[in-house]
Design a protein around this ligand. Structure first.
Ligand SMILES: [Zn+2]
Length: 285
């Protein structure tokens, strides 16, 4: 009798356990999927244009060397643009200037004028560069662009802060390498400077079109960070790239592209012994 009683109680106990297990499993699954969803959301929110950029670097403006895979063409959505300054007067255009490349445009501002974000985005850098940008801000946008705002008198956002288009981010000024208060405004795609005038009609405070198609080749005068090198090579700011194919070697690429191996190494921050990956994009000028 004792044994039977024990069996009965064991049996009811295990049945009870089984009965309880089902909702527990369901609950666990729900928790799992919620956690997963949360993780996916967190990853997506990590930084804008996550699929394009190799990193989120709050230290260096030019953080994309050969890590960045630059697509052949990319359509940039310009809707949602807000003119960053109250004034629309361009005091210096994009392009070569004083033996250097001017990688942005200068817009006249008075010290203390409100500077706003050109698009929705996330603040990547808030820093001071005495000999260059002065007090500056870099913002990454989900359309793939990064915008840079230089020579500010005051920065009003923090790194990693999410901002809306038109949201005040700082005040106009004359800090850094600047004569006369102005905003130095750059638009970059994977670090490559694009003439903002190709995308924005500043006098009208509007966009030129709803989209701008970035093309890796034949981009006219668009240029990148290493502009001094480029001007020295007499390329008029046109950058050429080579996508590594099976069987490619540095010497073969150098020959095909009409550039020396040492220059290829220098441009791409590699050595002659670096193993090339198929699909890797090398700068050739
Ligand atoms: Zn400038």
């Amino acid at each position: 009798m004792v044994a039977a009683a024990a069996m009965v109680s064991l049996s009811s106990f295990s049945q009870d356990l089984i009965a309880r297990q089902a909702p527990i499993d369901k609950k666990l699954k729900l928790v799992d999927s919620l956690a997963l969803q949360k993780q996916i959301r967190a990853e997506q929110a990590e930084y804008p244009a996550l699929s394009l950029y190799p990193n989120w670097d709050t230290d260096r403006v030019h953080a994309y060397g050969r890590e960045a895979i630059v697509p052949e063409a990319y359509t940039i959505d310009l809707t949602g643009f807000r003119m960053p300054t109250p004034s629309t007067r361009i005091t210096s255009p994009f392009g070569p200037r004083w033996r250097r490349m001017h990688n942005g445009i200068d817009v006249k501002v008075n010290i203390g004028d409100t500077i706003v974000s050109a698009f929705d985005g996330k603040v990547r850098i808030v820093k001071y560069e005495r000999r260059g940008y002065g007090k500056y801000i870099v913002i990454r946008h989900s359309n793939g662009l990064e915008t840079i705002y230089g020579h500010l008198s005051k920065q009003m956002v923090e790194e990693n802060q999410v901002v809306k288009a038109g949201e005040p981010i700082g005040l106009g000024g004359n800090t850094g390498r600047s004569t006369g208060s102005h905003l130095h405004f750059e638009t970059r795609f994977l670090g490559i400077a694009i003439n903002p005038a190709y995308m924005f009609d500043f006098p009208k405070q509007d966009i030129v079109a709803d989209t701008y198609v970035f093309r890796k080749m034949f981009r006219g005068k668009a240029s990148s960070g290493a502009h001094d090198e480029m001007l020295a090579s007499g390329d008029n700011g046109v950058i050429r790239y080579h996508k590594v194919k099976s069987g490619d070697t540095l010497s073969r690429i150098a020959k095909v592209r009409g550039v020396s191996i040492s220059k290829l190494c220098k441009l791409n921050r590699i050595t002659s012994r670096t193993t090339l990956r198929i699909g890797q994009v090398l700068r050739c000028s």
